[in-house]
Design a protein around this ligand. Sequence first.
Ligand SMILES: NC(=O)c1ccc[n+]([C@@H]2O[C@H](COP(=O)([O-])OP(=O)(O)OC[C@H]3O[C@@H](n4cnc5c(N)ncnc54)[C@H](O)[C@@H]3O)[C@@H](O)[C@H]2O)c1
Length: 266
Amino acid sequence: MAYSLDGKVTIVTGGAGGIGSSVCRIMAAHGARIVVADIDLDRAQALADELGEEAIATHLDLASEDSIGAMFATTMDRFGRLDVIDNNAALLSAEMAQRDGDIEHMATADWDATYRVNTRGTMIACREALKIMSPQGSGSIVNTASNLALQGNLIQAAYSSSKAAVIQMTRSIATSHGKRGIRANAVLPGLTGTPAALAHLPQELRETVEEETLTPYLGGPDDIAHLVAFLASDEARYITGQAFAADGGTSVHIPGFARLSRFFQG
Ligand SMILES: NC(=O)c1ccc[n+]([C@@H]2O[C@H](COP(=O)([O-])OP(=O)(O)OC[C@H]3O[C@@H](n4cnc5c(N)ncnc54)[C@H](O)[C@@H]3O)[C@@H](O)[C@H]2O)c1
């Protein structure tokens, strides 16, 4: 039996982006009512218009506590409840990606800016969602982290640690709120072929990741979105506190072994 999200009021932060827009489309196709929340209101509105009258767009700057509060107020004004939030937005600007290197060279301001959006913003969004979901006695939180939170990296020390904090926050929520009918899970994409990721990624890095990915292909936004949508559904009711990597197995093997597999094939 296919899973259903029939009528579930769902906020997707960063909903206008590469993965977020796939989450919005796939969840809407399964019956969810969608709040597309994004710092880019024009793109969010265009997507909400495409999804139809059961979808709305709202401006969100995840760095601002007031803006996060306004997103929940808009959602409650329109729908009167909240069933699901996918905390998917993150600070991903090309200039920050350039500056986010190793810890020796980390500017404190860059660390703070990354944590302000990815960790603090996600925490505030989870907290405000819980304030609505607790009295309802139900809800599903899906936090989008990254497989970079699982292993060391030469660069992106701020980004990867901020996402590791999101995973641990997710476990805390699952533990404190499970008996109140609220589940929390984390989705950890690997390199995902969004327009932004493909545009900014150096070719050599892309080839290295492709070699280390166990599947014969790199995933796309829909590969992440299907996992988010299932975790949001009632069919996933026994799944909470988990961190699921959707990364073609990149994070589960000894580095270098994927490309050696040809020597062991009969
Ligand atoms: N694409 C990948 O390879 C990849 C890999 C691992 C994890 N992720 C994670 O997946 C999520 C989505 O990434 P994506 O690849 O779709 O990125 P994207 O850049 O395509 O989309 C991100 C969206 O977030 C919005 N946004 C940025 N700052 C915001 C803010 N302060 N407040 C509200 N909205 C804001 C952007 O406008 C954009 O629409 C992120 O959490 C990212 O860390 C992506």
